[in-house]
Design a protein around this ligand. Structure first.
Ligand code: AMP
Length: 580
């Protein structure tokens, strides 16, 4: 193979295989992550056939990590965390401690050094945000109290891992130094070196945080707003990428903090201003592509022989992730007097590991703090736990269904937390409003004033909160998902209004809604003639072309303003016939 096309090979082949297997995994009701990882194993050096360049894969993975961390920063919400801090903070800390201890014990059993065991255990202790969010979304749990606790818990774990990523290189430096000093080094001087290194890292990180807070908080949102003002989407996307990667790179050069931490902060800063946050979020499909390459490159590192050579260690790793961590989480949630259902949901949703564990494991191997067997065990454990996770959730909903059927008043009260359904049973003949953005929220206000009963479906959590604050029933989620749509009770609805700008997505959803309730009237928003046609073809009863209405309104305004306002006719008080 020609060397100068290596990069193209890995991106093209990697993405194609990942796409095929990701789609297959989705079809099998598994997380697409499993598909991406298996795709990596296939293009990796341990399986026959095409072998991608490992060095390039690692660099692409690093890019993927930076963009993933940028995304974590973008979604990091102090408010969400504070809401559930009473349980999430101690819970996460206890769980991390238990998982690290168990991992350390297993490593000790395998004859590894304590520091290897520590890194190994730490990598097992943090759950995957990608897996958890997807599982919660599918099961409509994000909006419930237990969902919020699980997410807050995960944020704490993420923060702990961010800290670990920063401190590991320092730790590695200290260990290398103390080895160089050899036996002569006393325990005290070693502790001293560790303290100095930690102190140095903390100073660097604080310096970085301070600069970011002072400069970044103002400059970054300001820049984005200016660029948004130019109206060029391309420039805007570029600005977002330049900020994410530029801050990551610059901070690594200037302050010696990791790429990942720099990117995390860049994301957090964008998070500050609502406008730039939303926009940045919209314009990062690139992040997803690189995140996929990250999972592919992690899969490439995986040697399937580990399953044959060390089956018991794989099993033990898997049990630590699925049983050990879950018992710890269950115990602490119960200790805080939350109901059994909550404790089980939280345990199950965190009984897996993913991207952070891979990042930590790769860093550990690179720094000589973890043998490569450790990374293989972590990968095997992650793969197994991600595959098993949906089964655990299925078991959980089976349990709840049984309990609910038993209808023992006490138990039922415990299972059904005060998370009221989005739409009470007595609501019917309502209008379903999909999208509560610029168009939907205005429309809702007008209709609400006129007494039309409304149920909003909206993807964005903040907007859902706003709709509820305005006194409307609101379902959070993508209307394209059947579970979400059913929650808005389309069977009892009289009308549905699609106030979202994506006509293609709306078309599919309208078709589905019409199958559920053939007598429902559907109106939709469009931005071109082609979209109007598409919507009508897919069952919409009417579609409004936004730009045409805008033109009408502007024409009306022009004709009612001097100098084009027709001169006052005697008797006719400032009438504007042209606008009619
Ligand atoms: P705007 O263009 O400002 O009216 O915003 C459209 C709104 O629709 C945004 O707030 C989106 O979050 C929301 N939205 C877009 N697609 C969907 C969907 N399929 N389901 C629910 N909400 C959606």
């Amino acid at each position: 193979m020609h060397h100068d096309t290596d990069l193209i090979n890995i991106v093209a082949v990697g993405l194609v295989v990942a796409f095929v297997l990701g789609a297959l995994a989705n079809r099998l009701r598994m997380s697409p992550l499993v598909g991406y990882l298996v795709a990596g194993i296939i293009v990796g050096p341990f399986t026959p056939g095409f072998v991608a360049d490992q060095d390039l894969a690692n660099q692409l993975a690093e890019l993927g990590v930076m963009l993933l961390m940028f995304g974590v920063g973008l979604h990091f919400s102090l408010k969400d965390l504070l809401e559930v801090k009473a349980i999430a903070i101690p819970g996460a800390i206890v769980q991390i401690a238990v998982a690290t201890l168990l991992g350390w014990l297993l490593a000790w059993g395998m004859g590894w050094s304590p520091i290897n065991g520590f890194v190994f255990g730490l990598a097992l202790s943090v759950a995957s945000t990608v897996v958890l969010l997807r599982a919660m979304e599918e099961r409509r749990l994000l909006d419930t109290r237990r969902g919020r606790i699980a997410v807050g818990w995960l944020i704490v774990e993420d923060l702990a891992m961010v800290l670990a990523l920063v401190l590991l290189p320092a730790l590695a430096g200290v260990i290398a130094d103390s080895e160089a000093l050899a036996e002569g080094a006393s325990l005290r001087s070693m502790a001293g070196t560790i303290a100095v290194a930690l102190f140095k890292t903390l100073v660097q990180v604080s310096l970085f945080v301070a600069v970011m807070l002072v400069v970044g908080r103002r400059v970054i949102p300001w820049t984005l707003e200016k660029i948004a003002g130019t109206g060029s989407r391309e420039l805007f996307t570029l600005a977002v990428l330049a900020i994410a990667l530029g801050v990551a790179f610059g901070s690594a050069m200037l302050f010696g903090v990791s790429f990942a931490l720099g990117a995390f902060f860049a994301g957090m800063l964008l998070n500050e201003s609502e406008l730039s946050h939303k926009a940045a979020n919209d314009s990062l499909p690139l992040r997803d592509a690189f995140a996929v390459l990250f999972f592919v490159s992690v899969g490439m590192l995986f040697d399937p022989m580990i399953l044959i050579e060390h089956p018991w260690q794989v099993l033990a790793t898997f049990l630590i992730i699925v049983v050990g961590k879950s018992l710890a989480a269950y115990g602490i949630v119960r200790l805080f007097r939350h109901p059994k259902g909550t404790a089980l949901t939280i345990s199950v949703s965190l009984a897996q590991i993913g991207e952070f564990s891979f990042i930590l494991a790769s860093l550990g191997v690179a720094l000589d703090l973890l043998p490569s067997t450790g990374r293989d065990l972590i990968l095997a454990g992650a793969l197994l736990s991600i595959v098993v996770n949906p089964l655990l959730f299925a078991w959980l909903s089976g349990r709840e269904a049984r309990l609910a059927a038993d209808a023992a008043a006490l138990e039922a009260a415990e299972v059904h937390e005060p998370d009221a359904p989005a739409v009470p049973d007595h609501v019917s003949g309502h209008a379903i409003l999909v999208g509560y953005g610029r168009v939907g929220s205005q429309l809702a206000e007008l209709l609400h004033q006129r007494g039309v009963p409304l149920v909003v479906i909206e993807d964005d959590a903040d907007l859902v909160a706003r709709a509820r604050a305005a006194g409307l029933y609101a379902v959070r989620g993508n209307a394209a998902s059947e579970a979400v749509m059913l929650e808005a009770a389309p069977g009892r609805a009289g009308m549905a209004i699609f106030a979202i700008p994506q006509a293609l997505e709306a078309g599919e959803t309208i078709e589905r809604m019409k199958t559920l309730n053939p007598s429902i009237t559907v109106l939709a928003r469009a931005h071109s003639d082609a979209e109007v046609r598409h919507l009508l073809e897919h069952g919409a009863d009417g579609a409004v072309l936004a730009e045409r209405e805008l033109a009408f309104s502007l024409a009306e305004m022009v004709m009612s303003t001097p100098p084009y306002r027709p001169a006052r006719q005697p008797g006719g008080e400032g009438s504007t016939p042209a606008a009619a």
